[in-house]
Design a binder for this molecule. Structure first.
Ligand SMILES: Cc1cc2nc3c(=O)[nH]c(=O)nc-3n(C[C@H](O)[C@H](O)[C@H](O)COP(=O)(O)O)c2cc1C
Length: 493
């Protein structure tokens, strides 16, 4: 049956509280600060201290605040940076306009609900916007004008693009891809982009280069966190992340055609670099401390972007995402959205009975994913495993996919390991799939950029469901009654 509820009926309560979607990153920061979600840090050095502080904050507790770097050493006080914009349930809900959540699962469920009515909304083209307040051209271009951080000790340099949008136009279909790829500053007027094999931006760039043509590009470093969220998740091939983000916002983003290539610049972005990559014009890039927790890929030759314009707002705020040994300043938010996306894709592939999906943070939202399922037929669990491990949101750098029964909480590692320990016969219930999609950032990947997957069926065997030993746990009513009777004991727990 078609779901004919209106977008606003379902999911704009928090945007409602603030009278509509935030206009830009600045308004988002104001709102998040009012909700107690921002930590201001004054006087950090761009050289390693910003990265180290991000590590301290994000390792201190689950659902850490975003860190707003002010008075960065060696830079004017109006040049700021912020890390971890959507890395809590509350900030993620604020990003997407969901109701204020009580838990991460509330956000997963709101995401699922949103996707029932979500339709991409293309941006509107305008001729003016705050991003044009300053434009550097020609010899004036100096990327070191911004407090570009060196995040980890062994990084090959300073990275201006981490919380970024790399915007390219597909030369065949004409559609716009906007994705998060790391961007290293080589010198004042050139940068290098690292794109993993198989990524949509890589496919697009390859099309230009195979035709012997230069590849135009925009790099947006500081923008509405909703655009960043869209850019670093596996949005369907051929769908622009700007349209996808507009669909969540419920209204279009504004974009301005760039001066050199006519690519769409988000009008309210903070800093946008425009340039061109040429076939065979390569320079060493990396290493970089990465999301798996390692300096995983050795330095390699990557295409150089020759910068032709830099557009930026007065008092710019650069976005930072600091990958590192997890948890990172992105990983918590990523677990939530990734869980929602995999759940959604599984249902679209026809899998019934899914009760929950969770992508564990220790597996950085990619390598240890759990599905909770009410088994309905023989082979149901295996089918769920194959789809979860193979769908677009679950395929890249996967490792372990586990399916558990509906009585097991997929977010609770203790529960999951108990199910694996007691309902899984390793020889019968663990399958290995060889040669799946991975990339150089996976410390276990081979040169082929492929690696194997373990699909773990930790559900009770379907043919033994009726006779499987019962769980030795007090029934709910008894628990509730005893809780009340022994309230004085319980409150001391
Ligand atoms: C903080 C952060 C940094 C990332 N850096 C890279 C990167 O340097 N290269 C890459 O290929 N993917 C990187 N990713 C993953 C991609 O953004 C993600 O897979 C995205 O869906 C790719 O978009 P595409 O499918 O349009 O290529 C990063 C993700 C995050 C959250």
């Amino acid at each position: 049956m078609a779901d004919d509820r209106k977008y606003d009926d379902i999911t704009r309560p928090w945007y409602g509280k603030y009278n509509g979607p935030h206009r830009d990153l600045r308004e988002f920061i104001d709102r998040a600060e009012r909700e107690g979600e921002i930590l201001r840090a004054s006087g950090a050095d761009w050289d390693l201290e910003m990265g180290a502080l991000a590590e301290i904050v994000n390792h201190a507790r689950a659902e850490p605040p975003a860190v707003f770097f002010e008075n960065i050493q060696g830079y004017p006080s109006n040049y700021r940076a912020i890390s971890g914009l959507s890395n809590s349930s509350k900030r993620l809900a604020l990003t997407l306009g969901f109701a204020e959540p009580k838990s991460a699962i509330d956000v997963v469920l709101a995401y699922r609900d949103r996707m029932k009515v979500h339709k991409p909304i293309p941006p509107v083209t305008v001729q003016k916007g705050p991003v044009l307040e300053n434009v550097m051209r020609g010899d004036d271009i100096d990327l070191f004008k911004f407090p570009v951080p060196r995040l980890h000790e062994k990084d090959g340099g300073r990275y201006i693009g981490t919380d970024d949008l790399v915007i390219m136009r597909d030369p065949e279909g004409g559609w716009i891809n906007a994705a998060t790829y790391r961007v290293q500053v080589h010198d004042a007027r050139t940068v290098g982009i690292w794109i993993s094999p198989g990524k949509q931006g890589r496919q697009i760039r390859d099309k230009y280069f195979k035709a012997g043509k230069p590849c135009p590009v925009l790099i947006c470093c500081g923008q509405d966190p909703l655009l960043f969220l869209a850019a670093n998740h596996e949005v369907r091939y051929g769908v622009s992340e700007i349209d996808y983000a507009g669909g969540h916002r419920g209204e279009p983003f504004e974009v301005i055609p760039s001066e050199v290539h006519g690519l769409p610049i988000p009008a309210h972005a903070e800093i946008v670099i425009e340039g061109t990559m040429y076939p065979d014009d390569l320079r060493m890039e990396g290493p970089f401390g990465e999301f798996t927790g390692y300096y995983a890929s050795a330095p390699s030759e990557q295409p150089v972007v020759h910068v032709e314009r830099v557009y930026y707002r007065n008092d710019p705020i650069m976005g930072i995402a600091c990958p590192m040994r997890p948890p990172t300043d992105v990983s918590f938010g990523k677990c939530i959205v990734k869980a929602g996306m995999i759940w959604d894709e599984m249902e679209r592939a026809g899998i019934s009975g899914i009760k929950g999906v969770w992508c564990h943070e220790a597996g950085v939202a990619r390598l240890f994913n759990v599905i909770s399922l009410k088994q309905a037929y023989a082979g149901h669990a295996k089918q769920a495993l194959l789809v979860a491990a193979g769908c677009q949101s679950g395929a890249y750098v996967g490792r372990f996919t586990i399916v558990v029964d509906e009585d097991v909480d997929p977010t609770d590692m203790f529960d999951v390991i108990w199910a694996m320990s007691t309902r899984c016969d390793p020889i019968e219930d663990i399958d290995f799939i060889r040669r799946m999609w991975t990339g150089p950032l996976d410390p276990m990947s081979s040169k082929s950029n492929m690696s194997s997957r373990a699909l773990i069926d930790a559900c009770r065997p379907f043919e033994r469901l009726s006779e499987f030993p019962e769980v030795a746990s007090a029934p709910r009513e008894l628990i509730d009654r005893v809780r009340v009777k022994f309230a004085d004991v319980v409150k001391k727990l």
